[in-house]
Design a binder for this molecule. Structure first.
Ligand code: HEC
Ligand code: HEC
Length: 220
């Protein structure tokens, strides 16, 4: 089960690798209303991720794991070395959803809508980061106009080079055993020996570790 997770992660990274599409910096296609992404976002995403992307909604408080606050510009499912998602990374998340959480698949939406949503998510991240740069500069006594802070945020959120994960390794008894050893050494303290998320560090104020068996049953 752990193996299948790793295989999926590697396969996804490899797929992203072979078709790198950098995040578009060009304006939206002329025939696409710029507000389309915002409109779709308000309809399909804001209840969980928040209207301005801070994920501080009533619904969000009830969910575990919590919906991602886009304004912080932190993403998990990326194929780049600097942790910033390419458009393809966000599209993949939207198509696939995040099994084991309430992040569902939006694969039923037309391709153009998915792209508009991916760009909206990026805009929210840029706005959030820009405001924080703007505020920090003001506090430090070196005021920076919001427009300049936005340019800085755009640069920060540009995806870096793609991670080259190579070909997925064939699964053998040998590397399974090595994987199990590494898992026990580095992961079991939180995720538990059996992957159910009951390791010794699984309680406390931090987010509970993901129970891998749950991810599997939901994605199967
Ligand atoms: C029912 C609540 C819910 C709705 C509606 C929802 N999401 Fe999510 N979303 C989540 C949760 C929860 C997570 C975090 C899952 C995790 O961390 O395992 C998430 C994570 C994400 C991520 C983060 C991926 C990453 O790399 O970390 C993106 C991007 C995302 N959602 C986009 C969207 C978009 C766009 C929409 C609307 C089309 C949407 N979500 C609708 C709950 C929701
Ligand atoms: C200190 C505790 C801790 C350790 C050690 C740890 N994890 Fe996690 N892991 C977490 C927590 C907490 C989450 C859930 C984070 C969230 O939902 O935002 C998580 C989530 C995950 C996820 C799911 C990501 C997602 O959102 O879908 C994977 C996969 C994962 N860990 C793999 C590993 C592996 C492999 C190791 C060992 C190399 C490891 N973890 C070690 C605490 C830990």
């Amino acid at each position: 089960m752990r193996t299948s997770l790793i295989v999926v992660a590697v396969a996804l990274a490899a797929a992203a690798c072979t078709s790198p599409a950098p995040y578009p910096t060009e304006p939206l296609a002329a025939n696409q209303q710029p507000s389309r992404g915002a409109e779709l976002y308000a309809r399909h995403c804001a209840a969980c991720h928040g209207q301005d992307g801070d994920a501080d909604t009533f619904v969000a408080q009830l969910l575990l794991p919590r919906p991602t606050p886009f304004r912080q510009g932190l993403f998990k499912l990326v194929s780049t070395t600097n942790g910033m998602p390419m458009e393809d990374d966000l599209l993949a998340t939207l198509r696939r959803g995040m099994p084991g959480s309430t992040m569902m698949s939006f694969g039923w939406l037309p391709e153009d809508d998915l792209r508009a949503l991916a760009r909206e998510v990026r805009q929210l991240a840029i706005h959030g980061r820009a405001e924080s740069i703007h505020q920090t500069a003001a506090i430090a006594g070196r005021p920076l106009p919001l427009a300049e802070a936005t340019e800085a945020a755009e640069r920060e959120l540009l995806p870096g080079p793609t991670v080259d994960v190579g070909q997925p390794a064939a699964i053998t008894a040998g590397n399974l055993a090595e994987g199990e050893r590494l898992y026990r050494q580095h992961c079991a303290s939180c995720h538990g020996d059996d992957g159910r998320g009951h390791g010794v560090f699984a309680t406390g104020k931090n987010a509970p570790p993901v129970a891998f068996d749950r991810i599997r049953s939901m994605s199967a």
